[in-house]
Design a protein around this ligand. Structure first.
Ligand code: FMN
Length: 210
């Protein structure tokens, strides 16, 4: 099986230095809002890449839930990604918005959000999602689906006040120090603009060859 014939010419958009704001987060918000406005599903999906201490990379999709001075998602702290982050807090996020032929990659250090912050999000979720988060020992092997379903049903039969946020479930925030914005263009002449954080927290802006 080969895919040599699958060829897409990206056109119609450009990313030029003259239109690049001084702060990458401003450009990110513009692109993100344009993606969200399409109302297509999972526009906040991003690939989170981590690496274990012994150098093995792992990528998986998570959902961007908040954007402040960093990029926030929620997960299980004891999951495989949680173990990677604990041992090595360097990580990267990758977004791909097909409708605009745009990719954004960013890189930085990951921290846990404050417990009250995780509480606020956890208790804003529907009961079913709360029970699901409690029921799942994410990334651990289980004997069968039935075991998971039984645990879930048992939780749902409890009082709402008993569905507390587990201490090992909460938010992570990646504080970016590097961004790359990729705008697909015709004939593989794509635009690639990077932002690199300087020691004074200003951003160097430059162009990469596609
Ligand atoms: C569209 C989509 C959204 C997802 N969102 C999340 C999320 O926000 N948090 C999360 O922990 N896992 C999410 N997952 C599941 C992860 O991709 C992954 O299976 C899980 O986090 C376990 O990864 P790990 O074993 O590497 O820790 C999502 C998967 C998909 C396909």
């Amino acid at each position: 099986m080969e895919f040599h014939g699958l060829r897409q010419d990206y056109n119609g958009r450009e990313l030029v230095e003259a239109n690049c704001p001084a702060e990458p987060i401003v450009l990110f918000r513009t692109w993100f809002e344009e993606a969200i406005a399409t109302k297509a599903s999972d526009m906040n999906a991003m690939v989170l890449s981590t690496a274990s201490l012994d150098g093995w990379p792992s990528g998986r999709v998570v959902l961007l839930k908040e954007l402040d001075h960093g990029f926030v998602w929620y997960s299980n702290y004891d999951s495989n990604k949680g173990k990677d982050i604990m041992a090595n807090p360097r990580a990267s996020l990758t977004f791909w918005w097909e409708a605009f032929s745009r990719q954004v990659r960013l890189r930085g250090f990951v921290e846990k959000v404050a417990p009250e912050h995780s509480d606020a999000y956890f208790y804003s979720r529907p009961l079913g999602s709360r029970a699901g988060a409690i029921a799942s020992a994410q990334s651990k092997q289980i004997e069968s689906r039935e075991v998971l379903e039984n645990r879930y049903s048992e939780l749902l039969s409890k009082q709402e006040s008993e569905l507390k946020r587990p201490e090992n479930w909460g938010g992570y925030r990646l504080i970016p120090d590097y961004f790359e914005f990729w705008q697909g263009r015709e004939s593989r002449m794509h635009d690639r603009i990077f932002y690199k954080r300087e020691v004074d927290n200003s951003w160097e802006i430059g162009r990469l060859s596609p």
